[in-house]
Ligand binder design. Structure first.
Ligand code: GDP
Ligand code: MG
Length: 149
């Protein structure tokens, strides 16, 4: 199966009307949307998603942020989509994100950095299973051979 990643537009990205812009960047690149939902998650679910960060001083604030409104949860598929997705998103701290990246173009604060993307294939597998227990959609793009050789 082709590589997949979990991408989430955080509550600030939803409130600020960045959903279309963000989806567009992944679409135009040549990645395929294999899962999509607008959902407001419970505290326990957010804590599970960010379990690896539970010892960090910003953990409670991070959880408050993620449960503060609806998020857009997505599965994107394509060659090297995990690493390339992280490049499209930009560095964690928007002060260090390059212009042209999502965080570089649309964010100022690390605690309001608009978007999440899995940091490895292993995390992607875990996060997709958590957010999309029914798995990805099975469709194939008719443009595939125009994007992949
Ligand atoms: P990411 O993979 O680039 O999202 O970064 P991490 O996995 O390290 O952290 C998850 C999220 O926690 C980040 O996207 C930020 O929203 C938040 N975060 C990380 N580090 C800090 C910090 O030092 N301060 C605050 N307030 N939030 C942070
Ligand atoms: Mg991370």
């Amino acid at each position: 199966m082709a590589e997949q990643t979990f991408i989430m537009i955080k509550p600030d990205g939803v409130q600020r009307g960045l959903i279309g812009e963000i989806i567009s960047r992944f679409e135009k690149k040549g990645f395929y949307l294999k899962g999509l939902k607008l959902v407001t998650v419970e505290r326990a679910f957010a804590e599970k998603h960010y379990a690896d960060l539970s010892s960090k001083p910003f953990f409670n604030g991070l959880v408050e942020y993620i449960i503060s409104g609806p998020v857009v949860a997505m599965i994107w598929e394509g060659k090297n989509v995990v690493l390339t997705g992280r490049k499209i998103i930009g560095a964690t701290n928007p002060s260090q994100s390059e212009p042209g990246t999502i965080r570089g173009d649309f964010a100022v604060e690390i605690g309001r950095n608009v978007i999440h993307g899995s940091d490895s294939v292993e995390s992607a597998t875990k996060e997709i299973a958590l957010w999309f227990p029914d798995g990805p959609a099975a469709w194939q793009s008719a443009l595939h051979s125009w994007i992949y050789e």
